[in-house]
Design a protein around this ligand. Structure first.
Ligand SMILES: NC(=O)c1ccc[n+]([C@@H]2O[C@H](COP(=O)([O-])OP(=O)(O)OC[C@H]3O[C@@H](n4cnc5c(N)ncnc54)[C@H](O)[C@@H]3O)[C@@H](O)[C@H]2O)c1
Length: 441
């Protein structure tokens, strides 16, 4: 039996004693603990401390040794690492929570799954179309063994369920068009200039990881805990700006209700192209084929001041910082993360076409989002934002950036992952990595 298969059938206790994991242990039973490695032990990593503290946190990794010490204070029994590639080789690790910088997400997630480990990966799951496809493919190959979750925890807000029910039950008639938007603006002129050497306890080369070299500048790391991603995520080699940042969360509000997979086309317009920094203002549009309950639809993403048109004079979308709008044949639904507004079409609509669900038929609450994954690792393997759902979402969003870069509408074949009418766009589906780094390690 392979080592990981063996470990999967056993629960490893904190004492190092191996106990069989049999069905008599429920997901929450005292002896049924998951052995977790946390990659990134400060910032977003800290937001996971409480959820994972019910488990055995056996390994910690951070390229910043001060942050590693911060994590070790909370989980003193864990072994510590500065290189996640070594961390995920630790023999008793069963599951990985990845809170590193965006440009390492797909690598860490994919390498971990290749070693038979369950993965919770912070959003965005990938930094290129190719990365999204590779991670999704690895997950699909292993989906009968592994539980995965993209860190879009707003998905657990019950408004997500209410929005889905309204769309599926025909509250706006037949769905025609979907928009999502975010108003965060983080403009930067270009990569920061060299500014001294990294401190000795800060492993900058490991932070760069697969990305091309850029000189060290402490301003990339000057943000508050949990917000430091806003210091580096707009630079192409480190992130995808708001597309991957709030785009991951806000498109999720729409994605959850539309049962979309991959688009057949993409187009994008925004700020003039900057080779260093992703655009602040951007609009991307995608065509999605019909599915078994709705016709073909157009899905759009707006950011940095670009906005869809308000559906009625009484509704000012600009007052909703991050939201989604669903336009149908009989009305419009506007939603932010926590609440929604239903606008029947015109003053003649009496909504007799729509029958609300009975209480018993409501989509049940998801509960705690991180716990959903922990429980899935121990049994059902079922999560709400697995790497198929989240992989499709981020592949669409990142394809929009490719269309923006080539400046024209592109046709996309989601089966092969190729743009069928633009050679330059195909070149932009993947990123070039530093020597020694491979995505499928
Ligand atoms: N789900 C959410 O609501 C949410 C909120 C904030 C951040 N995030 C995501 O979490 C990630 C981290 O964001 P942050 O603001 O905490 O950033 P950060 O720059 O503070 O990084 C978090 C920690 O990871 C460490 N780290 C970075 N690269 C590493 C690597 N290769 N190996 C090991 N450790 C590494 C850093 O030293 C730091 O301690 C980002 O991808 C961001 O998009 C998600």
């Amino acid at each position: 039996m392979k080592r990981r298969q063996f470990l999967k059938s056993l629960a490893v206790t904190g004492t190092g004693l191996l106990l069989p994991r049999t069905p008599i242990f429920g997901a929450d039973a005292a002896g049924n603990k998951l052995n977790i490695a946390l990659l990134g032990t400060w910032g977003r990593g800290e937001a996971h401390f409480s959820a994972i503290s019910s488990e055995n946190v056996v390994a910690l990794c951070d390229i910043n040794e001060d942050h590693l010490a911060f994590g070790a204070k909370k989980f003193p029994g864990a072994k510590t690492y500065v290189d996640w590639r070594k961390c995920i080789e630790q023999k008793d690790v069963q599951a990985v929570v990845c809170c590193t910088a965006d440009h390492t997400h797909a690598f860490a997630a994919n390498w971990a799954m290749n070693r038979g480990l369950h993965v919770y990966c912070e959003k965005p799951l990938a930094n290129s179309v190719e990365e999204a496809r590779v991670v999704r493919a690895t997950y699909l190959k292993n989906k009968t063994k592994l539980a995965t979750q993209v860190g879009t925890q707003r998905h657990a807000i019950e408004n997500f369920n209410r929005v889905r029910e309204l769309i599926r039950d025909g509250a706006i008639g037949e769905l025609q068009e979907v928009s999502a938007w975010g108003n965060r603006k983080l403009g930067k002129p270009g990569y920061l200039p060299a500014a001294g050497e990294p401190p000795a306890n800060f492993h900058y080369d490991l932070w760069l990881g697969p990305s091309p070299f850029h000189p060290y500048n402490p301003d990339y790391f000057s943000g508050k805990s949990g917000m430091n991603c806003l210091q580096w995520n707009m630079y192409w080699d480190f992130g995808s700006g708001q597309v991957g940042d709030m785009g991951s969360h806000t498109m999720d509000l729409a994605w959850n209700a539309i049962d979309a997979k991959l688009p057949t086309s993409a187009e994008g317009k925004g700020d003039p192209f900057n080779p260093d920094v992703s655009p602040v203002a951007l609009t991307t549009r995608f065509e999605h084929p019909a599915n078994d309950w709705r016709p073909a639809i157009r899905v759009s993403w707006y950011q940095g001041g670009n906005m869809p048109e308000s559906p009625a004079p009484s509704v000012d979308l600009n007052k909703i910082g991050h939201g989604a709008m669903f336009e149908g044949s009989k009305g419009t639904l506007v939603s932010d993360f926590n609440s929604r507004i239903l606008l029947p079409l015109g003053d003649k609509s009496d909504m007799t076409y729509y029958k609300p669900r009975t209480k018993g038929k409501l989509i049940p609450p998801l509960g705690d989002f991180q716990k959903e994954w922990i429980n899935a690792c121990k049994g059902s393997l079922k999560t709400s934002c697995d790497f198929e759902y989240g992989g499709n979402l981020i592949e669409q969003m990142l394809l929009g950036l490719v269309a923006y870069r080539v400046g024209r509408k592109i046709s996309y074949d989601g089966v092969t992952g190729r743009v069928t009418d633009n050679a330059e766009a195909n070149e932009l589906l993947h990123r070039t990595y530093r020597q020694g780094w491979t995505l499928n390690g």
